[in-house]
Design a protein around this ligand. Structure first.
Ligand code: TYD
Length: 207
């Protein structure tokens, strides 16, 4: 594969959407050949799976089903969209990837990293991320900045305790995987955007 896959990770309200919008503008200005995509979703079938996963009415969904649906959505997305773009030499920027499954389902839901790695083995071995940018802000600070959670989103409804666990999960993953680069998000959105650009230049993702 000629292109590079960069994943963005963070807790709810970490400012990921804003940062990805700013990055997209910057990459376009610089003439970088890139696509921006997201998980769960990013392809028609994966977006259908996303609607099932996030539907606030699906309160009976068990944790294993949730983890498998995220993995199913991912494998379709990887095969249909990410690998062809990488083969064409593009930079692929993905809003969430495997570390979301490890932090949310593996750590916070308690399914364990091994189980989640197992069901994601296709993406892990055929399409690893070149690097992962982790937007580092605690859920408490993030929710305060965002003025609360979205009531229609099954994952956001889970409350602060769950999201604190997700944050701990990311921190545990960061200690295990040096490809995860944390970016401090306590400053303004412009300062965070600068930190991200610097990191991508340092890691030879862009010049
Ligand atoms: P989204 O609205 O895209 O959230 P955000 O803007 O915070 O990225 O919803 C995606 C939700 O799915 C979010 O709560 C994180 C969660 N998620 C997992 O639990 N596991 C995963 O593997 C992925 C990709 C996302």
């Amino acid at each position: 594969m000629k292109g590079k896959l960069i994943a963005f990770e963070g807790c709810e309200g970490s400012g990921k959407s804003t940062q990805l919008r700013l990055l997209s503008e910057y990459l376009t200005e610089r003439g970088v050949d890139f696509i921006m995509t997201r998980e769960p979703g990013g392809s028609e079938i994966s977006e259908d799976i996303r609607r099932i996963i996030l539907n606030g009415k699906n309160t009976a969904m068990c944790d294993e089903c949730e983890a498998l649906l995220y993995a199913a959505s991912r494998v379709q997305h990887v095969k249909e969209k990410i690998i062809p773009a990488l083969d064409a030499g593009k930079l692929v920027v993905c809003d969430r990837y495997i570390y979301s499954s490890l932090a949310y389902q593996g750590y916070a839901r308690g399914l364990g990293f091994e189980f989640v790695e197992g069901i994601n083995s296709y993406a892990i071995s055929n399409c690893p991320a070149y690097m992962t940018v982790f937007l580092d802000i605690s859920p408490k600070d993030a929710f305060e900045r965002k003025h609360g959670a979205d009531k229609d989103d099954r994952m956001e409804q889970l409350g602060l305790d769950f999201h604190e666990k997700v944050y701990k999960g990311y921190k545990a993953l960061q200690a295990l995987h040096p490809d995860i680069c944390a970016v401090d998000c306590s400053g303004t959105k412009w300062q965070t955007a600068e930190n991200i650009k610097k990191l991508l230049i340092e890691r030879h993702v862009i010049d």
